[in-house]
Write a protein that binds this ligand. Structure first.
Ligand code: HEC
Ligand code: HEC
Ligand code: HEC
Length: 133
């Protein structure tokens, strides 16, 4: 007599272990975007904080940029007050890209993954080394 259920369970467990290195790598390394925060300006920040919280920025940075553009161009407002009451100059170049000077390792890293191509750089200046490759 033998227990078919146990043998099948054993085979399944064996297969899970044998293929583990393979599926463990799915979604890692070459697949998941890995935006880098190691720019000279960010390294020197006492508090490693963005304009708003990381979660908020991740989800809403496009909206913030859109609002900033409207505030600057339609309302001639050049200062943004964040949720904590901190003030920032409203500028893609002088604010966002000053901290995130590594556009290709930061913005582009996610955008390539998400397959979005913001057209901002047709006009807005990107520093040398920060340009998309
Ligand atoms: C004072 C420096 C500074 C400025 C200015 C700044 N950022 Fe950030 N940004 C950071 C830091 C530091 C983080 C990481 C925050 C954390 O880990 O909590 C970050 C995080 C982010 C993230 C989330 C990244 C992730 O991995 O989820 C996005 C998106 C982002 N910033 C976009 C922008 C945009 C767009 C602007 C301009 C509107 C901007 N940032 C302005 C320093 C800055
Ligand atoms: C953590 C990943 C991540 C980082 C970092 C990031 N973005 Fe994005 N961004 C996205 C995603 C995802 C979308 C598309 C969102 C959507 O369609 O709802 C997007 C969309 C945008 C859009 C709108 C584009 C469009 O065609 O709708 C702009 C503008 C933009 N990002 C600017 C920036 C800038 C500037 C930076 C660097 C300072 C940056 N993003 C960094 C993930 C990121
Ligand atoms: C056709 C050219 C053009 C394109 C494309 C463009 N902009 Fe602009 N943008 C301008 C000009 C010109 C100004 C006005 C500069 C000023 O008065 O400071 C401006 C101002 C802004 C400002 C406020 C002031 C500043 O210096 O940053 C923001 C924020 C901004 N743009 C964001 C964006 C974003 C985000 C995108 C892409 C989704 C984008 N722009 C695409 C031309 C452009």
């Amino acid at each position: 007599m033998y227990d078919g259920g146990k043998i099948i369970t054993g085979i399944i467990i064996f297969l899970l272990f044998a293929t583990f290195p393979f599926y463990y790598n799915i979604g890692k390394a070459n697949v998941k975007p890995d935006p880098k925060l190691d720019t000279p300006v960010i390294k020197q920040l006492a508090e490693k904080k963005c304009v708003e919280s990381k979660e908020y920025m991740r989800a809403n940075h496009m909206q913030i940029l859109d609002d900033w553009r409207n505030m600057a161009l339609r309302e001639a407002k050049r200062t943004y007050r964040n949720a904590e009451g901190k003030l920032f100059e409203i500028s893609l170049q002088n604010t966002c890209m000053k901290c995130h000077s590594n556009k290709n390792k930061f913005c582009d890293e996610c955008h390539k993954y998400a397959n979005v191509k913001p057209y901002c750089w047709d006009c807005h200046f990107v520093k040398e080394g920060g340009a998309a490759k």
